[in-house]
Design a protein around this ligand. Structure first.
Ligand SMILES: [Zn+2]
Length: 492
């Protein structure tokens, strides 16, 4: 039993001015061949789950390429082409293959195309032919497309946001692929795309509309004949025709059942569409509320400056307000400004520096703030995720410095990385539990690890490219009418 294994993962925010080029993939992760198994074995990732399940089943893996980059603007044509070419060449070189296992995202927008995964799957399908099954994991934020559905044998979306089930979905995709190869299941699939573009803020699966949909999906999955059910909340900040919520149902040799369940889920999503509308507190109100709250830590979620949703990660508006009102003690985790981190490193621990920090990538995340502070700690930014997400996976923040401005500690990092793990705060020598205010640049993912630590969580409506206020964006290509951009949209 021989299976090709590959990963290409990117969530593209088409409003971002940062091109996602080879350098961005190298900063996050670009590995080949056996290196992939060494890097991901035992981690809480799709690849971790795929490797574990296939090794347990005694299958032979042909690891090809694993490429991931922090969400940003369009993936450049050269790196997209290189990864695709590598996968196709490894398929060719593998000789006979029984199946293909792919860990993809579903919201990747390369230069010159809308649907990166659809295109990649079409190319893989063409190379392996119609008889070889292809099983794929897709992120919860996938913008499901007709091409993805057509060219994959089975798709498996994460069922959680924060994404804490990646390893489970990877193992499931591998298991179902082996079932298909053995002839135990004959997949029949259906999908729906109601005209619905949910903002990120209320997509969490702990409560709200996605919880309702997944309770229903989970019940459907327990029925005989149902192979898997995925409800993709979609990534609204990819301005492409297919952006938005998608439902995908796979059954065993029963197309009518797949159609029925897909339709039922799409209807429920549509009926409850207004629950996706999200409101957060203005910056001033949020900071005032945090300062007035008893005890700590009070988490201020900078939802709109989430690098995991393609924002710059250098937003300054919450920091500016903390400085203005003299809030303390506080940690801002983490502000991506490689030049500022480098300046702190050059000055050395204990040095007093005056710097303009943040607000440098574009004009959508506040202006730079001039601060004078003391360099408290320096680090190379290497850490291992210890929270429920990506557990065991190594992370890299690049040169990392803590600039202490009157007890507001700004963690300056060099690579864009979402603040989803308290290890990113501990790494620089702080105990997050001892701070009054913790600013985390994350929309939902921080909740998995920070909710148990936080005295209170306050969602903040600062500017940024991962904002849940979709009216702030000039959409041009998404299919219209679509809710909530067009409140009058209908789902016939
Ligand atoms: Zn996601």
């Amino acid at each position: 039993m021989k299976l090709l294994l590959a990963m290409m993962s990117h969530e593209t925010n088409t409003f971002s001015t940062i091109p996602t080029d080879r350098r961005q993939f190298e900063a996050r992760g670009l590995s080949y061949g056996g290196e992939i198994v060494e890097t991901f074995r035992g981690t809480g990732t799709c690849l971790g789950g795929m490797i574990e399940a296939t090794e347990r089943a005694g299958a032979t893996l042909v690891p090809s390429v694993a490429a991931a980059a922090s969400p940003a603007g369009r993936v450049t044509a050269d790196i997209y082409g290189d990864v695709e070419a590598r996968i196709l060449a490894d398929i060719e070189g593998a000789g006979h293959l029984d199946g293909v296992l792919l860990d993809l995202h579903g919201a990747m927008v390369p230069e010159g195309m809308d649907d990166g995964e659809g295109q990649l799957l079409a190319a893989v399908r063409e190379r392996v032919g119609p008889a070889v099954p292809i099983a794929v994991t897709l992120d919860f934020h996938a913008n499901l497309s007709a091409a993805m559905v057509a060219h994959a044998t089975l798709l498996h979306g994460y069922k959680t946001y924060p994404h804490v089930d990646m390893a489970e979905r990877g193992a499931e995709a591998a298991g179902r692929l082996l079932d298909v190869i053995a002839g135990r299941i004959r997949p029949t699939v259906a999908y729906r795309k109601p005209p619905l573009l949910p903002p990120l803020g209320n997509q969490g699966t702990a409560r709200g509309p996605m919880r309702r949909l997944y309770d229903l999906a989970d019940a459907m999955e327990r029925e005989p004949g149902v192979v898997s059910v995925s409800v993709f909340a979609g990534f609204p900040l990819a301005d492409i025709p297919d952006a938005g919520l998608g439902v995908y149902v796979a059954t065993h040799d029963d197309p009518a059942l797949a159609e029925r369940h897909a339709e039922a889920l799409a209807r429920v999503a549509w009926e409850h569409r207004s629950e996706f509308i999200h409101a957060a507190l203005p910056v001033k109100d949020a900071v005032a509320r945090a300062r007035a709250a008893a005890g700590g830590p009070i988490v201020l979620a900078d939802m709109a400056d989430n690098t995991g949703g393609g924002a710059a990660g250098d937003g300054t508006e919450i920091l500016r307000e903390l400085l203005r009102v003299g809030a303390r003690s506080a940690v801002v985790a983490c502000l991506c400004d490689a030049a500022a981190a480098q300046a702190c490193a050059a000055a050395g621990v204990g040095a007093r520096v005056t710097l303009d920090i943040g607000g440098k990538v574009d004009d959508r995340h506040g202006a730079p703030v001039r601060v004078t502070g003391t360099v408290r700690t320096l680090s190379d930014g290497r850490f291992v995720h210890t929270g429920p997400m990506m557990h065991g996976l190594a992370g890299r923040l690049g040169t990392t410095a803590v600039l202490d401005v009157d007890d507001i500690k700004v963690i300056l990092i060099s690579y864009r990385w979402q603040t989803l793990d308290p290890e990113m705060i501990r790494l620089v020598g702080f105990d997050p539990l001892r701070e009054k205010i913790l600013v985390v640049k994350s929309t939902i993912h921080y909740r998995a690890a920070f909710e148990p630590l936080a005295k209170e969580i306050i969602e903040v409506d600062a500017p940024g490219l991962s904002s849940s206020n979709l009216q702030r964006f000039a959409f041009r290509r998404v299919r219209r009418p679509i809710f909530p951009l067009d409140p009058e949209a209908t789902y016939p």
